[in-house]
Write a protein that binds this ligand. Structure first.
Ligand code: CAO
Length: 475
């Protein structure tokens, strides 16, 4: 009996050992597969599709902020279906027109790589088509005035019921609060987000910047929100709302100025040139002209030709580690050891004089000569490049940052390609669509309408502009 018991014990011990071995093997295999991810593709880099392949976007955006976001997602591979009002389309198609009868650059440069379908969202049949699109898309992106989407019947509740996986992403001017119902354009956001009050010269009015930090900046924020929501959806299986307020987006980009606001409580902002000039600070972060925002003082200096060329300037940074090289370059070797100039704190109250001296040197060279000489010495400088120079810069063409695309009605035009470079997801930058160019294709191939149904939709007026009354009818 004892012998039998002993044998059974040994048998079960061996079985347990075998199972444990199997578990270890299984876990190792699983780990090798990297947490459930598929095996690494064996396809050559750039040939395994694009990052957002398979993501379908119902693009209800217009003007600039929303279109910036969806264009970027389209460059990343998403199928972006832009819904536009029949006969009119995105208002920017006709704004700032440079070629008669053709879509403006305002529109074409913000809507590349998308498809266009015209649907009257207030028409009963149009609503039916939109509901079908909601069921088939992953993300709805919109930047209408507050309440407009709800007035179309596309409330969050309605969308979530039709498609619980859908992500609904919106740009609004302001977040919840006293201004939530306001319509907002770029410069309103720059002013409300803290950028304008901290831009410009101390003795001048607040200034807006040419970079569209309110519109394009918020579009970029929204794109990150959408991609994050898509990633979370992989775990939760459900969509969510993504909101980016333009005021918040601008403030996020101007955060160093909120930093300075808090530093003011503890004394003057010593890196601002106003400190060296003995001008007292007020209660709020002041405008700092061309001072650099960081701890390394900088300024814009004239270069050779500045009298006739408005862009013959260079940004020059007196970075501490290369101070001695700067002194030698501008013919002030004595500043290397002079206690008034040798250390960064000693230089702070003398910055204006220092930059005047450097400018005497930069004015003897073109901005590109300054660039070449300084970079050899590791001195950080940046030429003020005009848009003409940027448009013609071969290296920007080579990297796909500036792209020339063809267009059937306006001819070739330049656009900004994807500024975010992914080594395995090569951006596909194509021309913007004509108004309603893909209506038929989307109705049939995406939504599966039959010939008969398409004919009915066309006759209903849901996808076509209302006919203009004839003279006789109007009379
Ligand atoms: N079919 C039928 N109607 C349509 C439609 C379609 N396909 N697409 C849009 N519309 C309608 C909307 O339903 C809305 O109608 P109601 O007001 O009657 O509900 C109407 O067109 C106009 O929408 P809007 O109010 O958004 O447009 P606007 O030109 O008056 O305002 C803007 C533009 C940008 C100020 C506003 O949309 C806004 O504040 N957006 C949020 C902030 C933003 O993105 N600003 C940046 C803009 S870029 O500088």
């Amino acid at each position: 009996m004892a012998k039998r018991k002993k044998a059974a014990k040994a048998k079960s011990k061996a079985a347990a050992k075998k199972t444990a071995k199997k578990v270890v093997k299984f876990t190792a295999k699983k780990l090798a597969a990297s947490n459930g991810l598929p095996r690494p593709s064996a396809k050559p880099w750039g040939q395994a599709g694009r990052a957002l392949d398979g993501v379908r976007i119902l693009d209800f955006t217009h003007v600039q902020s929303g279109p910036t976001c969806t264009q970027l997602l389209a460059y990343m591979g998403a199928d972006c279906i832009k819904v536009e009002r029949p006969g009119i389309g995105d208002i920017t198609r006709g704004q700032l027109r440079d070629v008669k009868g053709a879509d403006s650059l305002y529109f074409t440069m913000l809507n590349g790589s998308k498809r266009s379908i015209t649907i009257d969202s207030k028409h009963a049949k149009g609503k039916e088509i939109l509901d079908r699109l909601v069921k088939l898309c992953d993300v709805l992106v919109e930047n209408f005035a507050p309440g407009a989407l709800d007035r179309m019947g596309l409330t969050w509740e309605h969308i979530h019921k039709l498609n619980p996986r859908m992500i609904v992403a919106s740009v609004k001017g302001f977040g919840p609060g006293p201004y939530e119902d306001c319509k907002v354009y770029e410069n309103v956001a720059q002013c409300a987000g803290g950028s304008a009050s901290t831009t410009g010269f101390r003795d001048g009015p607040p200034l807006v910047t040419g970079s569209q930090i309110g519109d394009s900046g918020t579009g970029l924020h929204l794109a990150l929100g959408i991609v994050s929501a898509l990633y979370q959806r992989n775990r939760t299986g459900r969509g969510q709302r993504v909101l980016c307020a333009m005021q918040d987006g601008v403030l996020n980009l101007a955060r160093v100025k909120l930093r300075d606001q808090q530093r003011l409580k503890h004394g003057p902002l010593t890196e601002y040139s106003q400190y060296g000039e003995g001008v007292p600070f007020g209660k709020a972060t002041p405008r700092a002209g061309n001072d650099s925002g960081g701890g390394q003082p900088g300024w814009i200096l004239k270069c050779k030709g500045w009298e006739s060329d408005p862009d013959a300037y260079i940004y020059f940074i007196t970075q501490a580690p290369v101070w001695t090289a700067i002194c030698d370059l501008i013919g002030k070797p004595e500043w290397k050891t002079d206690p008034d100039y040798a250390t960064p704190p000693a230089r702070l109250p003398r910055l204006r004089g220092i930059f005047d001296a450097i400018e005497q040197w930069t004015m003897t060279k073109t901005k590109f000569e300054v660039m070449e000489i300084c970079n050899k010495q590791d001195i950080p400088v940046g030429p003020i490049l005009s848009m003409k120079e940027i448009a013609e810069e071969p290296s920007l063409r080579a990297t796909g940052t500036v792209v020339e695309v063809d267009h059937p009605t306006r001819g070739a035009y330049l656009t900004v390609g994807n500024p975010i470079k992914l080594s395995d997801s090569i951006a596909d930058v194509r021309r913007s669509p004509l108004l309603g160019e893909h209506t038929d294709e989307i109705l049939r191939k995406v939504l599966g309408y039959s010939d008969k149904e398409v004919a009915e939709i066309k006759a209903s007026g849901a996808i076509t502009a209302p006919e203009k009354p004839t003279k006789a009818e109007a009379a």
